[in-house]
Design a protein around this ligand. Structure first.
Ligand SMILES: [Zn+2]
Length: 306
């Protein structure tokens, strides 16, 4: 089939808070919309895929033809069955055949993967990762998300999942993690850790309401704040050095809300990645170029993978 200039692909980034839809044409994004995921929660289960299909269709300009839909979903996904299995943060789209139902409504190929995989596909195809042969992406949010591409194809574990590297234990610290282990990377290096510890040091501040220059001004005055960012970077580096050692990516992309603070935690990160020359790891680290839209844009690529 030859694709006319009016052919478009759709991508959905399905998160616990927001559902972002993107329509892409040959020359770029044509339309985008973000809805609160709570909008779908109030519908009955049998109406949810229909409502999602309706939202996609509404964003496609008249005369344009939809070729495929890709979905990047938060949390565990059974990619073969096309079913989300995230009872914790995406219950309303879990445990029913979402991919099959969307296929019935839209009559095009529908494929789904984890949102971390979708985001790294977005950076690889359209953002900071173009041309990378082995691309690692680390997303610093409520937890730590990790995804790896080899020549544009997602690395998968033996059971088809992406690696849950946020649960690599990096410390003898007895902080319990919900996964059942102690001292997991994400209990010490997620945005949540940085936020909690900054808010403890600076009572009355609201982490999300401030930016890099706000904190760098404070860090210039207060040694304890500068040291906190340094410590955060060093925790981040302890997990990252494991991944760099095992996978040897040619590029690492940092994304998520804590990645903005790279200039402040870089010293700690560099310190924990530094090795003697013979054992050096590739420390080429860049920030995400697409930001929040990476997942939905990358989702448009998912159907072309299989
Ligand atoms: Zn854990």
């Amino acid at each position: 089939m030859s694709h006319s200039a009016s052919a478009v692909t759709a991508g959905i980034d399905l998160g616990g808070t927001g559902t972002r839809i993107v329509i892409r044409g040959e020359s770029g994004t044509i339309n985008t919309r973000t809805l609160p995921t709570a909008y779908f929660t109030q519908l009955s289960q049998s109406q949810r895929s229909e409502a999602l299909a309706f939202q996609v269709r509404e964003l496609i300009p008249t005369g344009m033809e939809l070729l495929s839909l890709g979905i990047g979903a938060s949390g565990p996904v059974d990619t073969d069955a096309g079913v989300i299995t995230n009872k914790d943060t995406l219950a309303c789209f879990s445990f029913f055949p979402l991919v099959d139902e969307l296929h019935q409504h839209l009559k095009v190929k529908v494929s789904m993967d984890n949102d971390a995989v979708a985001a790294v596909l977005g950076e690889y195809a359209f953002g900071a990762g173009i041309g990378s042969k082995r691309l690692l992406m680390v997303t610093l949010g409520t937890g730590i998300g990790v995804a790896l591409l080899e020549n544009g194809r997602p690395f998968r574990t033996g059971n088809g999942q992406h690696p849950e590297a946020g649960h690599i234990p990096i410390s003898g610290n007895q902080t319990p993690c919900y996964c059942g282990l102690h001292g997991c990377w994400e209990t010490l290096a997620s945005r949540s850790w940085l936020q909690q510890n900054l808010e403890a040091l600076l009572p009355g501040i609201s982490f999300e309401k401030n930016n890099v220059s706000f904190y760098s001004d404070i860090a210039a005055q207060r040694q304890d704040v500068a040291a906190l960012f340094h410590r955060y970077g060093s925790y981040l580096g302890r997990g990252l050095v494991t991944l760099l050692t095992l996978y040897g990516p040619d590029l690492t992309i940092l994304s998520g809300s804590a990645a903005h603070y790279y200039p402040l935690f870089r010293s700690g990160l560099d310190e924990s990645l530094r090795r003697s020359e013979a054992y050096a790891v590739n420390t080429l680290i860049v920030p995400s170029k697409l930001g929040d839209i990476a997942g939905a844009l990358g989702a448009t690529v998912i159907p072309s993978l299989d």
